[in-house]
Design a protein around this ligand. Sequence first.
Ligand code: MIG
Length: 799
Amino acid sequence: MIIDNIIEQSIQTITKQYLGTIIKVERPHDHIFYFKDHTSSVEVKVVSDEIIRIKMAPQDTFLEEFSYATQPFEFKEATIDFAETETHYKIATSLVVCLLEKTSFKISFEDRATNLLIMEDQSSMHWEENVDFGGYYVYCSKNMQEGESFFGLGDKAMDFNLRGKRVAQWNSDTYAFAKGRDPLYRTIPFYIGLHHGVAYGLFFDNTFKSYFDFGAENDRTVSFWADGGELQYYYIHGPHMMDVVKRYSYITGTHPMPPMWALGFHQCRWSYYPESKVKDLARTFREKQIPCDALYLDIDYMDGYRCFTWNKNYFPDPKRMISELKEDGFRTVVIIDPGIKVDKDYWVFQQGKKNHYFCRRSDDYFMEGPVWPGRCQFPDFTNPEVREWWGTLFKEYVEIGVAGVWNDMNEPAVFGTETFPSDVRHNFDGHRGSHRKAHNVYGMQMVRATYEGLKKLQKNKRPFTITRAGYSGMQRYASTWTGDNVATWEHLQLASIMQQRLSISGVSFSGSDIGGFSGEPDGELFTRWIQVGTFSPLMRVHSAGDTAEREPWSYGPYYEAICKKFIELRYKLLPYLYSAFWEHHKHGFPIIRPVVMHEQGNHSNTARQDEFTFGDKILICPVVQQGATSRMVYLPKGKWYNYWTHQVLDGGVEHHIEAPLDIMPIFVKAGSVIPEYPLMQYTGEFDLKQLKLNMYYIEGQANSFMYEDHGDTFAYEQSIYTEKRFYLEGTNKKLSIDQSSLGLYTPRYDTYDVKVYGLPFAPKKVQADNQPEVEFNYDKKTKVLEFVVLKSFTKIEIS
Ligand code: MIG
């Protein structure tokens, strides 16, 4: 009997509990509703006409409102219609209807105009009590809709469409990760669903280890769950993928404008030392006339890997070295890891210890673990006071001219145990939590502290930071790279897919280690990777210490010439990229846009993952196969110019495109105006005398825009910038270009050097406003028209 009893008790499995029947409704504010069954409560908060947040409290008690992901955003005025039917409660904004079924507590969302069912619970939200840690495992499962595809989640080394996959979110140091390895370095629990040509987004703002299943368990179910925290998600309405991404940015923020130099070419390696080596590197770039803006110092620049110190044998006078590099147009970026060496004679350790800034275990021991410096303790970056202190540590770096900071190992990574044990305590901005709750935000809060510290120290100059780990919202503080990839062709394709994925997940400013971090690319793979890197918002070559050196000239003159051509192309396109960056910063448009984002109604595009656009005017299709000298390229509907030949092709179909090693397929949308810089060896090498505008004739109309500012301050926040709009209108006899501008910044140059491609007629006259007729050159063979015009023109007519 006794034994039976014991068994009975010990086999009492923890069972999932489901929301029951709704018995009560409260509406304390116009946009906030509470629905309750006998024990639980669900909050429905209308954020805007397009965004609705759902949150569940299993025992009716919500946690305090707090999120690292969200930026302060306003609850926009929305028109809310609330109604009760026999079976449902209905909360309708002007665009979305959120339905709660009374008996089952299932929640669904519909498009108000079309009644299309967008997303529906398969069962009501559920949970399981966590007896070890307290709180609950929380679950939500939805019906997979017919033909549904899934995109986003930021950091998955998988095919672009995530349908059929189950993935986890737990920031992990994954050296030489293979395709399919999961989880990786960053946690972005935001996905975009697409079915019936209509897109929506779901952002599961929960920092605990979380999971998504997009039909892996069975092809009827989409589910997501987490090991703790609240079941809290934002439903984000479409119908376009672009709307969803912009609205996600509205909640989580965008990248601030980077300093212009950060969009140039970056050369990195683990590690360049001593000083003579760094100087040789710099000299070689200039001798070979290969543009470059940034050189990196990896961990070996430090004294015994102690952060904020220098190995004086390698770098006897860092200030002198950095300023000499600067005179030659190079910025120096240095690495900083979170682990602080336990060393009583080391000032950073002393300060951290004295002020109780290091993380502790549940029983109050310090969290200690080995990383590069040996035994380390780790600042609790979730403590605002610690972040403040951390920011001040960069003072000397800023004084000696360090231009950017690279935060690595901030998953956080610990040798042997991978990361911190789960009992480590964190301040969590006063909301307290164990490492289970803080793990996924640790890296983001580290780079936040770095960014905010630099911003203060640099006065009004834009910081440049790059981080390996991150969580949703990380884009407000840093750029990122895809981590320790491998020098294989498969990884080249992954690099392209991952930057597309990051971009639509709110993290536009990203790139991969060009060439692959571990392993050895040959000249061909390296060159193809430089080509992809040319169109990565962050263009950085990087390699592990146990591989052969990898600079653009490492593979001999043949490959060097091609790499140089592409790095030069990057520099020519800088004003275009800078404009796309502004569009991201200001309006939340991703810089890189997968083809499906342009044509989501075409189901076959849900499987395309090679083609993408850079901004919205230039389409790239990387060559990701060894030995390939041509490839098939799909162009979205409309007309496209082959960038290299100016040949015009029809969109809506695939084309076979020649792509010998010195060519990567690049297309420009008809009607585009693409600004171009003259060739510089580094950004700001000289003042522009004139700006080139490449115009691509269109039969019909098209808009383009261009953004300019000082390039390195926050004056843009006070409207010190200029945004030019170009409107092209073409017929078979005439092309007109209207220009309008906005903002308070005046660039120094006076004229545009205009090139017009693809005119269907031989021009006889170029008229700009009321000025005397403009002199021009027209090459009948290439059909290229060229003329110079005042930058202040309002209308040009070519006939
Ligand atoms: O344990 O700093 O991903 O870019 O070169 C390896 C040395 C630490 C991992 C980073 C890599 C960097 C390397 N780091």
